[in-house]
Design a protein around this ligand. Sequence first.
Ligand SMILES: Cc1cc2nc3c(=O)[nH]c(=O)nc-3n(C[C@H](O)[C@H](O)[C@H](O)COP(=O)(O)OP(=O)(O)OC[C@H]3O[C@@H](n4cnc5c(N)ncnc54)[C@H](O)[C@@H]3O)c2cc1C
Length: 396
Amino acid sequence: MTTTAADVTKPDFQGHRKHFIFTDEHQQLRESIRRFVIKELQPHSEEWEQQTFPNWVFQRMGELGFLGLDKPEEYGGQGGDYYSSLVLSEEIVHAHCGGLAMGLAVHTDMAMPPILAFGTEDQKQEWVVPAIKGEKILCLGITEPDAGSDVAGIKTRAVKDGNEYVINGSKTFITNGHRADVIVLVTKTDSDAGYDGFTLFLVPMDLPGVIREKKLEKLGMHASDTALLAFQDVRVPDTAVLGQVGKGFYHIMWELQGERMIGAAGCVAGAQHVFDRTLEYAKERTAFGRSIGHFQVIRHKFAEMATKIETARQMVYTTAWRFQNGEYPVREISMAKLYAARIAVEVADECIQIHGGNGYMKEYGVERVWRDMRLNRIGAGTDEIMLDVIGRSYGL
Ligand SMILES: Cc1cc2nc3c(=O)[nH]c(=O)nc-3n(C[C@H](O)[C@H](O)[C@H](O)COP(=O)(O)OP(=O)(O)OC[C@H]3O[C@@H](n4cnc5c(N)ncnc54)[C@H](O)[C@@H]3O)c2cc1C
């Protein structure tokens, strides 16, 4: 077949949106995750909004190999690249369940990476291997009632006592906190050592003194469980230290970069998904004798949203490419997280507007997207903290 100049210049708006970071294998993975999510998870979306998603989701996704896509094969992972993790975060939006996406991401992309990066072989065998199978559930404890953005201000203490440490303190807003088998816990081991006084621990959640105090009620992300936890004289052996004693602050700052990356990717995916659903709606809904999408003002809303989503997507993919290639681009990760979270909330808000009164109704699910998305401007580092990280990166 010969290609004419006319063919070349003809715009193809239906064209496949495959970015250069993705291969055909990623595409196949994408299709198989999407099939699974639509068939096995999406039908439960409403039920899980009422009562949080059940633990069998971890087991089922473990069986399918979806909890260790980018994790080493020696621990049961698929040995894929970082982009395979992005694929999961993009496809999980088809579950229509932000809380589920968050619970899974905490497990695979927030709590698991520090164990793989800093853990001993025994710790990886004990926690990562069953976590990838979906048999053990992980959570991550940084935030406390009196310290969130100011991580260095945490009060949870771990005091050495012979071959053990004794932990006292509390953590709040902990995703998976009620269901988790183990927590990656940020503590202070030396109050006088500044940033060198923090240590991470792997604390089994069934130890005496670990108290799951309260299930917290939230604006959105209802399908996730969010816990207030207390640690009262919890004794752990010194083999529970994760990474180096005194280096916990640096370990957790490293972890936060992956957390922000995957959060940004989820925001783009969530924004795209609600955009697509709203586009269908705007084509079908009529007013004044035409579909509402044909009013210029509505058409321009879609144009604005699409441009923002595409911008955020390019930031996420380019930053992910650098991440995959061994760079540690804190500034750009912060920019991607900030921008993607902001536009996801804006897009969800605009989609409610385009739905009119229906957008305000639970039945259409758009208000739920807004409620779920709103978290992203707070969790994993607020907008203000992202701006501060970016600003400081210029020496200010
Ligand atoms: C649903 C949900 C799930 C979460 N899951 C987890 C989890 O699994 N594990 C975990 O450890 N944490 C979790 N978090 C906690 C989350 O990361 C924190 O809420 C977030 O980091 C903000 O901390 P904070 O709530 O203490 O707010 P604060 O730090 O008290 O901030 C309050 C306000 O002050 C602003 N501010 C603070 N410092 C500065 C500054 N230096 N400059 C400018 N403005 C500033 C903030 O931007 C914000 O607007 C979760 C939170 C929620 C809501």
